[in-house]
Structures are given as C-alpha cells and as structure tokens.
Design a protein around this ligand. Structure first.
Ligand code: OAD
Length: 243
C-alpha cells in the first residue's frame, strides 16, 4: 500500500494534505473520537457550541484552558515533521488542518489553512477582532476585551460556519490539486469530510492514512492502515530516495 502511495506521489506535481486529530495523537494530545476520544467523556454540545459559551462561558473557557495545558507541553511528532518535509519536496503544496493545537505551525510549515481555527488565538465576541492569548492579561475567566465584551477561543464550533475566505481558498485547492493525502481524521465532520470525495470525483488521487477504516476509506485510491508518525516519514524517505 505504501508502495502504491509512493508511486502516485512520485507522479504528482501538486499535493494537498488534510489532517485531523489523529496526527497529534502521538504527541499525547487526545483525539475526539475513537479510543479514549474526548467526546467519550465530554458532550460536544456542552463545550464546543456557541450556545454552550452563551450559557456557561466559564466552563467552556476552562475546558480550553485544560486542553491548552496539554498542548503547551507537547511537541510536534514525526508525522508533523514529515508533512513539513513534504512541503519542501513539492513546489505546489498546501496543508488544510482541522487541528486547533498549532503543532503544524510549530514545524515551520508555511502553506497552511487552520480551517477550524487555533486555540491560542482569542476573539472579541462583539468586535470580532483577534488576539494571541499571551497578549491578553487574564484578570478573569473568561477574559474580556478592552471594549468590555467576553473573549472566546478563535475556533469554529459546531453550528458555526468556517470563515468565507478560508472556504474559498480550500475550494480553489480542491478544484486544482492533483493528489490528496488525508491523515488522522475520522471523516465525519463537515465540510472537511466531503473534501476527499470532491477531489476524487474530479479525478484526483486520494491517499488515506489512519489506524482504522473510516468513511473516507471507501473513497480513497489507497488506504494505508497505520500511525501517521510511522507511515508519513516512511513515505518521505522513499520519495527522497527516488529523487
Ligand atoms: P477525530 O477524533 O474525529 O478522529 C481522529 C482520527 O484519527 C480517528 O479516525 C482515529 O482512528 C485516527 N487516529 C488516531 N490516532 C492515530 C494515529 N496515531 N495515526 C493515524 N490515525 C490516527 O478527529 P477529527 O477527524 O480531526 O471539531 O475531528 C474533526 C473535528 O471534530 C475536530 O476538528 C473537532 C472535532 O469535534 C470541533 O471541535 C468543532
């Protein structure tokens, strides 16, 4: 299976990579679904919706604080680093991540869309302006903007739309790129869950990497079962050998 993926990648001039929480699992960051997934112990509707924040902003803020605490001590793993290497190998490369942990950014990857936002960034609920969290003195939880309104994590919650400019950029990639690697996502959260099908129906190749089968496996040209921290570095190594 890796051989087939490498064969496709060797003939590719534009590569899109889509990642989900599985890519950060080997950095010690819990995924949402599957074994020990966050949604087994927490209810998404109580923590990751605009209504939850309206009802109980402190609980939502503290949950994000808890996740930031885990992420702060985590490092990008071999999967994240391999994706950065892929960026070096392809002239036309883009990464769309659903992860809000910022670990891809810490590898120095340049062409990236954080399509669900970033939990180190916060946004004024009145003015919609954003700040990096470190710039905001935390006198209370949740903190407030200078204008007096509450600050919220700058992430996309269930029931919210992805910002237009990000969707437009994503669609321009889906419509033009030759090959997609989709790694460590359960493929159930829309709109990203539809991206592999959109690319495949245009004739693009879709390579899936996951520890288990997902709805994307039915669409994928090649489905590789394995950890992204093992599979991605192996792919990169083989691609480099062939240059
Ligand atoms: P999920 O938690 O739904 O899925 C993680 C996927 O990664 C699962 O299919 C696992 O089998 C797989 N996986 C786990 N460890 C892996 C490893 N080491 N290597 C490869 N695969 C592995 O995460 P997402 O698909 O990212 O949104 O979830 C999508 C969105 O739903 C998230 O952005 C988040 C969530 O609720 C919001 O909070 C709005």
């Amino acid at each position: 299976m890796i051989e087939e993926a490498v064969r496709i990648l060797r003939q590719t001039s534009s590569l899109l990579v889509i990642t989900g929480a599985g890519v950060s699992q080997e950095s010690g960051i819990p995924t949402f679904r599957g074994k020990n997934g966050l949604w087994q112990n927490y209810r998404a509707e109580d923590l990751a919706t605009p209504w939850a924040f309206e009802r109980d902003p402190e609980t939502v803020w503290r949950w994000y604080d808890w996740r930031r605490g885990i992420i702060k001590n985590a490092q990008p793993n071999r999967g994240h680093l391999a994706i950065k290497e892929l960026e070096e190998l392809y002239e036309n490369f883009y990464l769309i991540t659903q992860n809000v942990d910022g670990l891809h950014g810490r590898t120095g990857v340049k062409n990236m869309i954080e399509i669900h936002g970033n939990l180190w960034r916060v946004r004024c609920t009145r003015e919609n302006i954003t700040f990096m969290l470190l710039d905001v003195p935390l006198k209370e939880i949740p903190p407030r903007c200078k204008c007096g309104a509450l600050l919220r994590p700058d992430v996309v919650w269930f029931g919210e739309s992805i910002p237009n400019e990000l969707m437009e950029k994503a669609f321009s990639l889906l419509e033009t790129y030759e090959t997609l690697i989709v790694a460590g996502t359960s493929g159930v959260v829309y709109p990203v869950a539809s991206f592999p099908t959109i690319m495949k129906s245009r004739g693009a190749s879709v390579i899936e990497i996951n520890v288990e089968r997902t709805p994307i496996s039915d669409v994928a040209t090649v489905s590789i079962m394995g950890k992204t921290g093992d599979v991605l570095p192996e792919i990169v190594e083989r691609l480099k050998k062939m240059v």
